[in-house]
Design a protein around this ligand. Structure first.
Ligand SMILES: NC(=O)c1ccc[n+]([C@@H]2O[C@H](COP(=O)([O-])OP(=O)(O)OC[C@H]3O[C@@H](n4cnc5c(N)ncnc54)[C@H](OP(=O)(O)O)[C@@H]3O)[C@@H](O)[C@H]2O)c1
Length: 261
């Protein structure tokens, strides 16, 4: 499969890293990027750097549109001028298919940066789920993780919140834990970050062993003990409501972006 990324920032780089790890050759990936620093790091990965005008000259199966929402519509117009027959896979948050100049060419995806480790989750939507382009998009994201095919574009807002943004909310929570660990570890001169790395990897190991959080918690908690006291405090302070409000805020922002001119 021949792919070109227009916009090669955080999410494109994560997808590219995953693809390179899972059987796609760097010679099958072209990149259009205007940020010089990014261009240097793409070159270091032996990726082809091309100009927008070159789109008219090369054979491609998909063009991945991975720019910020503010740049998306003008970038799509330029692509459609240069390569009107190539399907566009947009990972842009919020902007609906009908907003683009060539809506029939657009497939929407909402991946997360775990694609870099081939452990991503990507929501995928297009009006036609049977097209070659949709199959190619599905194959591309299956190489870098799990794919959830959506039946309506409306659902994309919720997936943007939970998949696209949700990872950052958990990083934020883990960072609070890391800061506490650093406070106690510094007096013992222990490398807190390396301890933390093993700790978060052990969370994944625990979940692989027993995919039930209540049961995992029950192995740590004892009646009237310290864990129970802490958990009761989290409940009293409405941790669930705090996180649900964050998911809702991200979803609302996605809807807001879709309504912006
Ligand atoms: N980051 C995530 O985890 C994530 C997850 C899912 C979806 N998304 C979506 O993916 C999109 C990109 O996000 P990101 O975090 O990867 O952004 P980013 O790091 O800013 O990457 C976008 C890159 O595209 C470049 N660019 C913009 N317009 C261009 C053009 N016409 N020609 C060439 N290069 C151009 C930008 O250059 P400048 O810096 O000069 O503008 C920037 O380097 C967003 O729409 C976001 O909603 C992001």
């Amino acid at each position: 499969m021949k792919i070109c990324f227009l916009g090669c920032g955080n999410i494109a780089q994560a997808i590219i890293d995953g693809l390179l790890k899972n059987g796609i050759s760097s010679s099958d990936i072209a990149c259009i990027e205007r940020n010089e620093q990014r261009v240097e790091s793409l070159r270091a990965q032996n990726l082809k750097i091309i100009k927008l005008e070159d789109l008219a000259l090369i054979d491609l199966d998909l063009i991945v549109l991975a720019v910020k929402p503010k740049d998306a519509l003008s970038a799509e117009k330029s692509i459609s001028k240069m390569a009107p027959k190539v399907a566009i896979l947009s990972v842009v948050a919020g902007i609906e298919i009908e907003k683009y100049s060539q809506p029939h060419c657009i497939i929407r995806a909402m991946p997360n940066t775990a694609c870099a480790f081939c452990k991503g989750v990507t929501a995928l939507y297009a009006e036609d789920h049977n097209s070659t382009a949709f199959n190619n998009a599905n194959k591309l994201f299956t190489r870098v993780g799990h794919v959830l095919v959506l039946q309506s574009e409306e659902e994309m807002h919720r997936f943007t919140s939970i998949i696209g943004s949700g990872q950052a909310f958990l990083f934020q929570v883990l960072n609070i834990y890391l800061q506490e660990l650093e406070k106690i570890a510094s007096s013992n001169h222990v490398a807190a970050k390396s301890m933390f790395q093993d700790f978060i990897s052990s969370l994944g190991d625990s979940f692989s062993q027993d995919q039930n959080f209540e049961s995992l918690i029950s192995k740590i908690k004892s009646p009237g003990g310290t864990t129970q006291a802490g958990l009761e405090s989290l409940e009293k302070n409405n941790l669930d409501m705090i996180l649900q409000a964050a998911f809702k805020a991200a979803e609302d922002r996605s809807i807001e972006i879709s309504n912006e001119k």
